[in-house]
Design a protein around this ligand. Structure first.
Ligand code: UD1
Ligand code: MG
Length: 488
């Protein structure tokens, strides 16, 4: 259901000076997404009439993230503070009556918490309702000064705290619900009374409270939701929490994760029941893992699609590839983009694949490169097989049929085809197509020379016999090294 009287404003124009970065703050990432993307997505759950993102620093890049998610942007240039940002957003809010304000640097707030905030605001008929949290270390945050019970009299920024107020540990998350007809007149009275000469949205709270309006504070269900990312340490904290929540969600779906704190999973990743993820695994991008798979330690999968009952042995790197049921890869396999491994295929150690299809039950177990190759079913690719897919100008395909045997250390110079049931002798360099059921041998013929080695050894031994001190040597001044060798 759309909340027709509700709009969302996301404050995302700031630079983020404390990050010491050339990238605008809200474009920094935590939990696999930019900060501002998290915020837009959580806002979307409120089904507001519109979402307005205030952009300024790197406005185009921020717009490129939020507009595809259905948000509208307004430009705040220059940035004169959070109160000024609200002034800039005003026109875009149309006839909305309520607004939820979200700072673009707070990625941990949850939809349920925002829904509860709006419900409390409506129930209390409030002018403003502030999402707050009680923190052991409230340093850096604006503090909530309570009047009596649920009512708030002011938010005081860290730099303006009195000695007494320093004891306050309830903080402002910068997440609010406002009744707009109460906010605008209060904001009009706010002055830039601070060292940065900025208009603080927080100062509107005291104005409303002084007028006798209801200003409420609602504690977040989980204090971590109030985290605002101003520093690299805050970003690390946000990342830690988001990753933890994602792993918890997977575990709730029936996935075993060993030493979960070492496992990194991006937000869109899914995994099926009874899949086991070993320590130090990364599942990135849009990776999908089926049921009963084992992803062993040190493996990194990005945008990989895995069927059921698959084993990824330790230390594999897989990108944009599809693995069908019962495939086994690794240890130490590298699958670059564009591979399709069909059911039961096996890829072993130090095998690299690129844009290749490997048929059902086919094996390439050791030290191999398969690029732009299409391989049929039940074929065996011997150790050290290389598809020579590049001639320095263009890439060419290699096609290998069903039940083929490629002997070890073969080079297949593309474009080339090896027919069904064919054999390639070990050490061959294949430049012509191999017919089905044929044998190709493409290497120098072996010639045995009987007695050659013993003759050679005799010759060498004779040549190395210690020579009598040569007279000629006496003529020249003996060198130190020469002396040493004589002593021996
Ligand atoms: C703000 C609050 C503080 C609160 C904290 C919670 C103010 C004055 N202070 O402080 O009470 O405890 O958040 O995290 O509001 N922004 C704009 N335009 C501007 C300035 C900022 O869009 O002109 C955006 C920033 O990009 C950011 C958000 O507003 O996403 C908050 O600004 P930030 O500088 O992070 O404020 P804090 O110092 O964290
Ligand atoms: Mg902040």
């Amino acid at each position: 259901m759309t909340a027709n009287d509700l709009a969302i404003v996301i404050l995302a124009a700031g630079k983020g000076t404390r990050l010491k970065s050339s990238l605008a703050k809200v474009l920094h990432r935590a939990g696999g997404r930019t900060l501002v993307e998290h915020v837009v997505r959580v806002g979307a759950a409120l089904k507001a009439k519109k979402t307005v993102v205030v952009v300024g620093h790197q406005a185009e890049q921020v717009a490129a993230v939020v507009e595809p998610l259905g948000a509208e942007t307004v430009l705040q240039q220059p940035q004169h503070g959070t109160g000024h940002a609200m002034h800039v957003a005003r026109r875009a809010l149309g006839n909305a009556k309520l607004v939820v304000v979200l700072p673009g640097d707070a990625p941990l707030v949850r939809a349920e918490t925002l829904k509860a905030l709006i419900a409390a605001h409506r129930a209390g008929n409030a002018a403003a309702t502030i999402l707050t949290a009680v923190l052991a270390d409230p340093g850096g945050y604006g503090r909530i000064v309570r009047k009596s019970g649920a009512n708030v009299s002011a938010i005081v920024e860290e730099s303006q705290l009195t000695e007494e107020q320093r004891e306050l540990n309830e903080i402002n998350s910068s997440i609010y619900c406002f009744t707009l007809e109460k906010l605008w007149p209060a904001l009009a009275q706010v002055k830039p009374n601070n060292q940065h000469r900025e208009l603080y949205l927080t100062d509107a709270i005291a104005v409303m409270a002084a007028k006798g309006e209801a200003v409420l504070a609602q504690l977040a269900a989980d204090a971590r939701e109030a985290l605002g990312c101003n520093t690299r340490a805050d970003l690390a904290e946000a990342d830690r929490t988001l990753r933890e929540w994602k792993r918890d969600a997977l575990m709730n779906d029936g996935v075993t994760i060993q030493l979960p704190e070492t496992v990194l999973v991006d937000p869109e990743v899914t995994a099926g029941e009874d899949t086991v993820i070993e320590p130090c695994v990364q599942l990135l991008g849009k990776t999908k893992v089926g049921a009963r798979c084992t992803i062993r330690t040190g493996s990194v999968l990005s945008d990989a699609i895995l069927g059921d009952d698959i084993t990824v042995e330790p230390h594999c790197v897989v990108a944009q590839s599809r693995l069908d049921d019962r495939v086994i890869i690794g240890p130490f396999a590298r699958l670059r983009a564009g591979n399709h491994l069909k059911a039961g295929a096996r890829i072993g150690n130090f095998v690299e694949l690129k844009k290749s299809t490997v048929g059902e039950g086919t094996k390439a177990m050791h030290l191999t490169y398969l690029g732009d190759a299409k391989i049929g079913a039940k074929t065996n690719i011997g150790a050290g097989t290389i598809t020579c897919n590049y001639d320095g100008f263009h890439k060419y395909p290699t096609t290998i049929g069903n039940k083929v045997f490629i002997g070890t250390n073969s080079a297949l110079v593309a474009p080339v085809r090896v027919g069904d049931g064919a054999y390639v002798a070990a050490g061959s360099t294949i430049t012509d197509n191999v017919p089905s059921d044929g044998l190709a041998i493409a290497r120098g013929r072996q010639e045995n020379k009987p007695g050659w080695a013993s003759k050679k050894r005799r010759e060498l031994a004779a040549a190395e016999k210690p020579k009598k001190p040569a007279r000629a040597r006496k003529k020249s001044k003996p060198r130190r090294t020469a002396k040493k060798s004589r002593r021996r």
